[in-house]
Design a binder for this molecule. Structure first.
Ligand code: AHG
Ligand code: MN
Ligand code: MN
Length: 344
């Protein structure tokens, strides 16, 4: 077999998977393709970000005559445009928009899906040429007809139909799940096609990485402080001391930990009891992928995917990674922080 025959594109892969469901009409296939298309456009812009100064775009008009925009605003516009144009979804919730954006397709029936998205995750890293991402959740709408409404968005992670992320790193990858395992596709920039490169992704058996913003140490609950000490103890049998790695882009931190084995943590603190990350479009999609890869995602007490969201931008403490690591954090939180966190 020549190498060319071994290549499987994202589109081929999705179509083959959908063919296993005789009643599927291809809507999810088209939706994922719309997301991949927007990701490629955003990828192109990210790659050119370092040229902005020398080409004199900033503060002036770009070639299309548009004023230069911040990349997270640009990414938001591209994803909204692609999803609206595709006609398969009836509403979007985005980190960049206070309220949901609901629309209806002029040409056909309304889409039956809704999307929650963080169009650019880790945006503070853009200027430093460090990996960033996009992360998205796909739900089936709850309302019967008409433009999507808030209630369509406020669904727990257990209702997810699909979720994924794009990492714009040393190469660009799209990783997604529809609840039947996790698959990763690497963008071949020469032809602009995502190719299956990481089939059936699983957390490795051995794990020794922990990722947390340790600068917040003094604000952490006692259980987390104890876990960090545990990570730093000398015990070669359990691979300790663990290695500390923190990029500051959740998507990139999680992706590395999925490949190499590690836990990502963003705890709540006294000042911010719910932490920083957003349930709908940061925690839930990553939790779905983690569970499908054999791992676990928790807010320290509850399974992330079982939390019923009350508001669009609500936050949750977030612990995600191999099961044993997340369970260790849960035990220490229960033992040392049950009063401060009101754990029963
Ligand atoms: P965003 O760029 O979408 O606002 O997300 C940033 C998030 C997440 O990606 C990252 O893990 C976390 O913020 C980093 O926060 P700290 O700088 O507080 O560590
Ligand atoms: Mn983010
Ligand atoms: Mn963001």
């Amino acid at each position: 077999m020549t190498p060319a025959h071994r290549i499987k594109t994202l589109t081929q892969f999705i179509v083959e998977r959908q063919a296993q469901y005789p009643h599927a009409k291809g809507a999810l296939t088209r939706l994922l393709n719309d997301i991949a298309t927007a990701a490629k456009i955003v990828n192109r812009e990210i790659n050119a970000a370092g040229l902005v100064d020398i080409l004199g775009y900033e503060g002036s008009d770009n070639i299309q005559g548009e004023a230069q925009k911040k990349l997270d605003v640009y990414a938001n516009e591209r994803f909204i445009e692609a999803l609206k144009g595709g006609g398969e979804c009836c509403a979007i919730a985005s980190e960049e928009n206070e309220k949901i954006i609901s629309f209806q397709n002029e040409f056909s029936d309304l889409g039956k899906y809704v999307i929650a998205i963080d169009p650019l995750d880790g945006s503070s890293n853009i200027d430093a040429n460090v990996s960033i991402g996009t992360v998205f959740s796909i739900y089936r709408r709850r309302s019967e007809s008409g433009p999507g409404v808030l209630e369509d968005m406020l669904q727990p992670g257990v209702n997810l139909v699909a979720a994924g992320y794009v990492i714009y790193g040393s190469s660009t990858m799209l990783v997604y799940t529809t609840g039947k395992g996790v698959n990763g596709f690497t963008l071949d920039p020469s032809v602009g096609i995502f190719c299956l490169s990481h089939p059936d992704m699983r957390f490795p058996e051995t794990a020794n990485i922990y990722s947390i913003n340790e600068g917040n140490y003094i604000y952490f609950p006692e259980g987390i402080k104890r876990y960090l000490k545990y990570c730093q103890e000398d015990d070669p049998a359990t691979l300790r001391p663990f290695t500390s790695r923190y990029i500051g882009s959740m998507v990139a931190d999680f992706h590395r930990n999925l490949i190499k084995g590690g836990i990502f943590m963003y705890p709540g603190t006294k000042k911010q009891p719910s932490g920083k990350l957003r349930l709908l479009y940061e925690c839930n999609p990553v939790a779905f992928i983690a569970e499908q890869a054999g791992g676990k995602a928790s807010d320290g007490i509850r399974r992330i995917m079982e939390i019923q969201p009350k508001t669009l931008h609500q936050r949750a403490p977030f612990f995600v990674g191999p099961k044993a690591m997340v369970e260790k954090v849960e035990v220490l939180l229960k033992t040392y922080s049950s009063e401060e966190l009101h754990i029963k």
